[in-house]
Ligand binder design. Sequence first.
Ligand code: PMV
Length: 373
Amino acid sequence: MTEQDFIPKSYDNSIESGSVKWSSPSNIALVKYWGKKKNQIPENPSISFTLSNCKTITEVTFNKKESDGFSFDVFFEGEKNEAFKPKIQTFFERVEAYVPFLKDYHFKIETSNTFPHSSGIASSASGMSALALCLMGIETMLTDTIAPSNSTALSINSVEKSQFNQKASFLARLGSGSACRSIEGELVVWGENTSFTNSSDLYGVKFEGEINSKFKDFQDTILLVDKGEKQVSSTVGHQLMFDHPFAKERFDQAHTNLEKLKEALISGDLISFIEIVESEALTLHAMMMTSMPYFILMKPNTLEIINKIWNFRKKTASHVCFTLDAGANVHVLYPASEKEMILGFIKNELAEYCENGHYICDQIGLGANQIQE
Ligand code: PMV
């Protein structure tokens, strides 16, 4: 597939107005995407667990208009929101060639998250994927051979679901790179690499191969160490990889780690899984500490938690491990079979390092859903 293949030939249907609604989850990278080329093309491949509970729910209502240009209003959690508009404007500019109906309608975009707004959890993956799915929903209404209705009850059965998902992922990538890994579950790979023959720089693909049952319902408890705005936006963060002294080694390492992680996920080798995942998290942060300008995004409590996890693992031989985003919060990952023990550990020993004792319990999920009303 090339970018050109995502440009539609024409639309069969003419629709005056309608609405679509999608719910799309966040994801947590195991091998991290950090560094990009032009047009949101990743410098290295990545893989993530799709989450289940941390989601964005977006409804897009559209009405035909005559005027030129993009026209949209954004409502976040019921209130008109101007702050999100520039990002959506940029997204519309990037995807217009692939969804050319964008200038034909005025859009009312109503969005909300299932996780607290100020939690330090990035909402760009779930937010951009939900919006991309709504645009795909509208495109389906415009191309569907079944007479379109202007209600949300559109049918996507008549288009190949995999084509729908692929293009949704392609569009989401243009909003926020990691968003392309939020359309499907349970594990999604993004970025060309030799271990996954169907992998692409343009969109995420489902993990190829049978995932070992040890990873079924894998748990992710997100410890909210710092609920504030991110110190370094991912846009700035990706730029830090230009001319980074260790960039080439890092990009090569991601390929090797992905290869090794694939084997661990298939064989159920939790020890290797832990080693790769924790090393990836620390490498991401090491890249930020060794860039110019340099940043330390962990907080003292992030380190306290990491040390507690390491001690607990040694003491109990459990398979708990951690990963980090580009911030201070800690994702605690563990098998469902150890849930009771680890939740006890989190409550008794880790919650005190979280802002107001807050943490969010999540687990591996199956991907986005259309909401029919
Ligand atoms: O999708 P972006 O541009 O916000 O970048 C996300 C980068 C990380 O979350 C740090 C890693 C990843 O692969 O998700």
